[in-house]
Design a protein around this ligand. Structure first.
Ligand SMILES: [Zn+2]
Ligand SMILES: [Zn+2]
Length: 342
């Protein structure tokens, strides 16, 4: 259950994670996640950040105060490595660059989405509407769901990255041994960062300790975002992390166990989808409404509801790629089990 915003207690403190590496919680207004962790690498040349926060005065003030607490200043930042383009990670990066001249780094698959998502979203909104109709969204909910992400637009300063970071690239952070790991799924260009000196995994939103990140299908998500996500979980198995540094919730030990839990979660969701189809649900909307969520379906509204139907559709697409279901075109389209899945 998500408590209402405002009753959530104080933010965690600014903490020294390792010598020269800090975490600063940056607040998210009206959001049950409450904060995003900005990780700060202190170097001889100045500080380097992983993620930035969303573009609000409160967030900028918290980041500035946190930087001063560790004896530095936002104006000294040399580079901002953004794990992905969601507003809570990328939104404030432009403002940091404005005051510091820092470079902003992003994976090219997320950089490619900036224009349609943040600069001229009209066409993307059309495509979201078409997707929702094809899923079988009730007409009276269509406009609300179609526009559900519009309120976050002011929380993003839409800026182009100065550096494109691909899988295996080593961003220039003097004194640290940092490598990018491309982990598509939660967003097509999501990056984790491995710090080989301390064996730390900076996991962004890809792996969080308690909640499962939303893996939605939508017009910018690629053909099979959940399949991508599961492969991206496998990719992290190669790393024996001393500790995991996620963008939300709290740091934790036990990367491999958490990867197994996340895989098991999605396997259980696949079973729910197959059961819903077997029980007679055919539209993606109807299938979504029969899946288990953190609160009753009729209390999931607005952006949460769009995230939920996007998540249901991601499971359907992944099952389609596994050859277990197929989509019969129509409005709404009909989902059927294939031999192997029935
Ligand atoms: Zn995210
Ligand atoms: Zn996030």
């Amino acid at each position: 259950m998500v408590p209402p915003a405002g009753s959530l207690g104080p933010l965690p403190p600014v903490e020294r994670v390792r010598p020269g590496l800090w975490s600063i919680p940056v607040p998210l207004p009206n959001n049950s996640l409450r904060y995003v962790f900005v990780y700060v690498f202190e170097t001889d040349r100045g500080p380097y950040l992983v993620d930035a926060g969303w573009n609000t005065d409160d967030a900028f003030a918290a980041l500035s105060a946190g930087m001063r607490q560790l004896g530095s200043d936002v104006a000294e930042v040399q580079g901002v490595m953004v794990t992905h383009i969601h507003p809570d990670h990328y939104g404030l990066a432009g403002r940091v660059r404005d005051v510091s001249g820092a470079w902003i780094a992003l994976h090219p698959a997320d950089a490619a989405l900036i224009h349609d998502r943040y600069e001229e979203p009209a066409d993307l909104l059309e495509r979201v509407g078409a997707m929702l109709r094809r899923m079988g969204a009730p007409p009276e909910e269509l406009a609300t769901l179609q526009n559900a992400s519009m309120p976050v637009l002011p929380l993003v300063e839409s800026v182009r990255p100065d550096v494109l970071v691909e899988d295996g690239d080593k961003p220039e952070v003097p004194g640290f041994d940092l490598a990018a790991i491309w982990t598509p799924g939660h967003s097509p260009g999501h990056l984790c960062f491995w710090e080989a000196g301390f064996d730390l995994m900076l996991s962004g939103d890809h792996v969080l300790p308690r909640i499962t990140p939303n893996i939605p299908f939508h017009p910018q998500a690629g053909a099979d975002p959940l399949g991508d996500y599961l492969r991206s979980l496998d990719k992290l198995e190669a790393y024996d992390a001393d500790e995991v540094l996620p963008a939300h919730e709290h740091r934790f030990v036990g990367l491999s166990e958490r990867l197994a839990q996340l895989r098991a979660h999605h396997e259980a969701r696949f079973a729910e989808v197959v059961a819903a189809i077997r029980d007679g649900s055919t539209s993606a909307w109807d299938i979504a409404s029969r899946m288990g969520w953190s609160r009753p379906w009729n209390r999931i509204e607005g952006f949460m509801r769009r995230a939920a139907v996007g998540e249901a559709l991601a499971h359907l697409r992944a099952l389609e790629h596994r050859g277990l279901v197929r989509e019969v075109q129509g409005e709404p389209s009909r989902w059927e089990l294939l031999e192997a899945g029935s």
